[in-house]
Design a protein around this ligand. Structure first.
Ligand code: URA
Length: 242
């Protein structure tokens, strides 16, 4: 484990700027190996440090499984309700940045992953990894009958795109309730695919990312759980790796 300056460590974990760390040291709220910290410049490893008697907040990486609620925006400073309001404020100030792995539209609900691990982000979003994503879709109009074939064809060219969508699987629940599994992630893709077949999406929920299923997480909208990047990859790729 690499030792680094106490002030640099705490500011990278979002505790405050270096000046704050100096004043907390003076106040005596930071300890290193159980004794009062003496200097902002002292070299420490994260497991040695406590702030107000508590171990540091996810010092070895932060990865989150979140149930995105309707109306929350996947942005740091857009107007309106932000997904980041559902997490401790400290996480937003972490470096490397804690960000969502891909995005869901404001009105889309369901599984959203967030992490400060750039490699994990790349791994989950890269089309080369073939991690399918499934959406439960409520439609304004009943299905007309040819959607399964059109979506599976690999030939559906959406407005303003320069190449057709990859083949996608449609599972029909009722005449206006379906699940759609995609193998890529384009802007507003599900809504645009249904618009291309003359329909309109009235509700959209991402239910699965690989083998990770929203219902199995038992997360209520707006809540989350943390895990390690490795544990997340195991949850997502459970059956894919077999
Ligand atoms: N497709 C959409 O149209 N919206 C999302 O949020 C995700 C996929």
């Amino acid at each position: 484990m690499k030792a680094e300056r106490l002030d640099k460590l705490l500011s990278s974990l979002g505790y405050g700027v270096r000046k704050d760390v100096r004043s907390w040291i003076r106040e005596g709220i930071i300890s290193v190996d159980g004794t009062r910290a003496v200097s902002a410049a002292q070299k420490v490893t994260p497991d040695q440090v406590q702030v107000e008697g508590k171990a540091l907040d996810h010092p070895f990486g932060l990865t989150v499984i979140y149930h995105k609620p309707e109306g929350a925006v996947c942005s740091r400073k857009d107007g309106g309700r932000l997904i980041f309001e559902d997490f401790p404020a400290r996480w937003v100030d972490r470096k490397p940045t804690f960000s969502s792995i891909g995005r869901l539209d404001k009105d889309t609900t369901g599984l959203l992953l967030l992490s400060d691990d750039g490699q994990l982000n790349h791994c989950i979003t890269s089309p080369k990894q073939h991690i399918p994503k499934t959406y439960h879709v409520t439609l304004a109009e009943p299905l007309r009958g040819d959607e399964t074939t059109i979506f599976a064809s690999g030939k559906l060219l959406l407005k303003e795109d320069d190449r057709p969508c990859l083949s996608a699987e449609l599972q029909i629940h009722t005449e206006n309730q379906v699940s759609l599994t995609l193998h890529e992630g384009r802007y507003h893709q599900v809504r645009r695919m249904f618009a291309a077949v003359g329909n309109h999406v009235t509700a959209l929920c991402r239910t699965d990312i690989g083998t990770l299923n929203l219902a199995q997480t038992e997360l209520a909208p707006g809540t989350y759980k943390t895990c390690t990047a490795d544990a997340l990859m195991t949850l997502i790729c459970a059956r894919i790796q077999e």
